[in-house]
Design a protein around this ligand. Structure first.
Ligand code: SF4
Length: 571
C-alpha cells in the first residue's frame, strides 16, 4: 500500500504521489508525526493556511493482522497548540486500504467560504465535489444524504456543525462497521475545526471493485506472526471475554474501586453512583432493550468491544457507548442516569463534539456553581447552548481551559490546553505522569496505568509511564489501542509476534527492540515539533490543585517534582 493522495483546497486539486521511502516503516500516529514535522511550520496558526491535516493508515493495514485497519488524523491542534494525533476504528481505513491508499494530506484553504467533499469512487478515482448543500448538517443526517448520493457501500469521515464553526472541541466522525452510523470519532484536540477550516465537510470512500494487491516479503512468516498475536488476544482475559461482554465499560469497576474514576470535577472522592452508571447496569439496559454488545467496529476485529445502546422504548439511541464518555459526563459530573449520558453522547456524535472535553467542561461549570453537580437536564441545556451558538455556548465549545478561565474557575483539569480523560492522576499516578509529559497533552491514548489498585502510590510510576508511553506510541503505529492491552503485561514475548509479522510483510531482521524503536521515533518527532512550537519543560506539569489537594478517598496528591517529571521520555 503505497498510494498518497494530496488534496489542495486552495487550488481544488487532487494529486497522486508515491509513499516516500522513509515513510514506509511508519504507520498511523508515527506517519502523521513524520509528515507534519516535514511539511508544517510548528509555529503556524492551527486554523490558518499553513497547517495541514494528515490522515494515515497503519503499518499492517489491509492485511489480516487483528485491528490493523485504524484511521489516524494528525495536525497542529487548535486546542493544545501542539502536535496532535487522534485515531478511530470504523470502516474507512478498511475501505482506503482496499484502494491501496496509505496517506491523505489535506492542505491549503479555499479562497472563498465554501464546502467540498472528497469522493473516492469504486474504481479508485478521487475528486473534490462541491458540498455546500451539506452545510450545517449533523453527522447522522449527512451520512444518510451521502448514502443517497453514492450508495450504501461507502465509508465516511465527516465533520458536524462544530467543525464547520471552528470549535476547539470538535471531532471528525467516522462510520462504524457494525451500525453504519457515524458514531466513531477522531475525537481529541479539535481536529474537526482544522478540517472545517479547510472547507472539507467529508471524505466519502466507495468500496473498491478490485482490492489493491498487498505485497509480502514472506507471506508464511507474516501469517505465523499474525496467528500468534491473535492467539495472545484470545488468551487474555480482557481482550477475550471482558471487553466483549462489557466493552470498555469494564474499566468502571476497576477505576471506581481504586479512586481513578474522576468524580465531581476531579475531586478525588469515591464514586457513589457506580451501581447506576457502571458496567452491570449498562449491560442490563443493553440486553433488556434489544441493544447489542460484542460488536466489531472494524471488519475482522476479534475483540469486538463495541455496542448498540437503545433507549427505554427499544429504539436506537447511540453506539460505541464507552468508558471515557460515561466517566466524564457521568461520574465527573455526578450524573447518575445512563440514558441522559447516552443522549448527550448522541448529540455530540451528531454535532461533532468530543465527549471527553465536553464532560470536563461541564464538570468545571458545575464546580463553579453555574449548575449543580448531578443536573443532567442542565448538562443537556449546556450542550444545546453550544448547538444553538449562544454566547456562552461559543465559550463552552472552545474547551475546558477557555471556559474555566472565562468563568473564573480555580480547578481546571487540563494539560497543554486539553482536558483530562477519565482517570484521576492522584489515584492513577502512572497515568498522571503520562498526562503531564506526553507531547499529546492529557490523553487516554498515551497509556493508562489504572489497572492496579495501588496506582495511588508513587514508587516506580516514572519508569512505568515511560514504558507505557513507548508501548502505546508503538501500538499507535499498528493497531487499536485495546489490542495493545495484553502487551502491557506480556509485552516482550507478544511484541515478538508483531516483529515476525513485520518481517513477513516488509522483510529484514525484526525483533522487539526494532518494533519499540518505531514508538520511540514517534515520540521524538512529536517532542521536536512541540519544542519548535514553543513548548518548554514547564508545559509538562499538571494543574496545581492536583499537587495541593489530597484525594479524600486515598489521601494521595500528585507528588512528583519537576526534576522527576523531566526524567520521563528523556530522549
Ligand atoms: S477492540 Fe473495540 S475499538 Fe478496537 S477495533 Fe475492536 S471493536 Fe473497535
Amino acid at each position: 500500500m503505497k498510494k498518497v493522495l494530496r488534496i489542495n483546497m486552495t487550488g481544488e486539486t487532487v494529486a497522486w504521489e508515491a509513499l516516500k521511502d522513509d515513510h514506509v516503516l511508519l504507520g498511523n500516529r508515527g506517519l502523521t508525526a513524520k509528515v507534519l514535522t516535514e511539511e508544517v511550520d510548528p509555529a503556524c496558526d492551527p486554523l490558518g493556511e499553513e497547517n495541514k491535516l494528515v490522515f494515515a493508515l497503519g503499518l499492517l493495514a489491509g492485511t489480516g493482522f487483528p485491528t490493523a485497519n485504524r484511521l489516524s488524523v494528525g495536525t497542529k491542534s487548535p486546542l493544545t497548540k501542539g502536535i496532535k494525533e487522534s485515531n478511530s476504528g470504523g470502516n474507512i481505513a478498511t475501505f482506503l486500504s482496499r484502494h491501496g491508499i496509505k496517506l491523505i494530506i489535506v492542505e491549503g484553504k479555499p479562497r472563498e467560504k465554501t464546502l467540498s467533499l472528497l469522493h473516492i469512487d469504486a474504481d479508485g478515482n478521487a475528486e473534490l465535489v462541491k458540498a455546500d448543500e451539506y452545510a450545517g448538517l449533523g453527522a447522522y443526517e449527512l451520512n444518510e444524504k451521502v448514502k443517497s448520493a453514492y450508495g450504501d457501500n461507502i465509508a465516511v469521515a465527516c465533520i458536524g456543525p462544530a467543525g464547520e464553526r471552528g470549535y476547539s472541541n470538535s471531532t471528525i466522525q467516522v462510520t462504524d462497521y457494525s451500525t453504519g452510523h457515524p458514531n466513531r470519532a477522531l475525537g481529541r484536540g479539535g481536529v474537526g475545526a482544522v478540517m472545517g477550516s479547510r472547507g472539507l465537510k467529508a471524505i466519502v470512500v466507495e468500496r473498491a471493485k478490485k482490492k489493491a494487491d498487498i505485497m509480502y516479503a514472506d507471506r508464511a512468516q507474516f501469517t505465523r506472526g499474525t496467528r500468534d498475536f491473535t492467539n495472545v488476544l484470545s488468551r487474555n482475559r480482557a481482550t477475550a471475554t471482558a471487553m466483549r461482554l462489557f466493552g470498555t465499560m469494564v474499566g468502571m469497576a476497576v477505576t471506581g474501586k481504586s479512586g481513578a474514576l474522576p468524580v465531581k470535577n476531579f475531586s478525588g472522592e469515591r464514586c457513589m453512583i457506580l451501581d447506576k452508571i457502571g458496567a452491570t447496569k449498562f449491560q442490563q439496559n443493553i440486553s433488556q432493550r434489544g441493544g447489542s454488545s460484542s460488536l466489531p467496529c472494524q471488519p475482522g476485529c476479534p475483540i469486538k468491544c463495541s455496542n448498540i445502546y437503545n433507549d427505554a422504548n427499544g429504539n436506537y439511541l447511540t453506539a460505541a457507548f464507552e468508558y471515557e464518555t460515561v466517566a466524564m459526563i457521568g461520574s465527573n459530573c455526578d450524573i447518575d442516569d445512563l440514558d441522559t449520558i447516552a443522549r448527550i453522547e448522541r448529540m455530540c456524535d451528531d454535532f461533532g463534539i468530543d465527549t471527553i472535553e465536553l464532560g470536563a467542561t461541564i464538570g468545571v461549570c458545575m464546580d463553579t456553581g453555574i449548575l449543580p453537580f448531578g443536573d443532567g437536564e442542565g448538562a443537556l441545556n449546556l450542550v444545546n447552548e453550544i448547538i444553538n451558538g449562544t454566547e456562552f455556548g461559543e465559550t463552552l465549545a472552545q474547551g475546558t481551559e477557555v471556559t474555566g478561565k472565562h468563568i473564573g474557575a480555580r480547578r481546571i483539569p487540563t494539560v497543554k490546553g486539553q482536558a483530562m480523560p477519565g482517570y484521576d492522576p492522584r489515584n492513577s499516578k502512572g497515568t498522571g505522569v503520562g498526562y503531564a509529559t506526553s507531547p499529546q497533552g492529557a490523553d487516554h491514548t498515551v497509556g493508562t496505568t489504572s489497572g492496579s489498585a495501588r496506582d495511588f502510590l508513587k514508587t516506580g510510576r516514572i519508569q512505568m509511564s515511560q514504558k507505557i508511553q513507548v508501548l502505546y506510541a508503538t501500538v499507535d503505529n499498528f493497531m487499536c489501542h485495546f489490542a495493545g492491552l495484553p502487551l502491557a503485561s506480556t509485552h516482550r514475548y507478544a511484541i515478538e509476534h508483531i516483529a515476525e509479522a513485520m518481517a513477513g510483510k516488509y522483510g529484514g531482521e525484526w525483533n522487539a527492540d526494532r518494533v519499540f524503536g518505531i514508538g520511540i521515533q514517534t515520540i521524538m518527532l512529536e517532542k521536536a515539533f512541540n519544542r519548535k512550537a514553543g513548548f518548554t519543560p514547564q508545559d509538562d506539569r499538571l494543574p496545581r490543585f492536583f499537587y495541593e489537594e489530597a484525594s479524600p478517598m486515598t489521601g494521595a496528591t500528585f507528588d512528583f517534582t519537576d526534576e522527576e517529571l523531566q526524567q520521563v521520555i528523556p530522549f
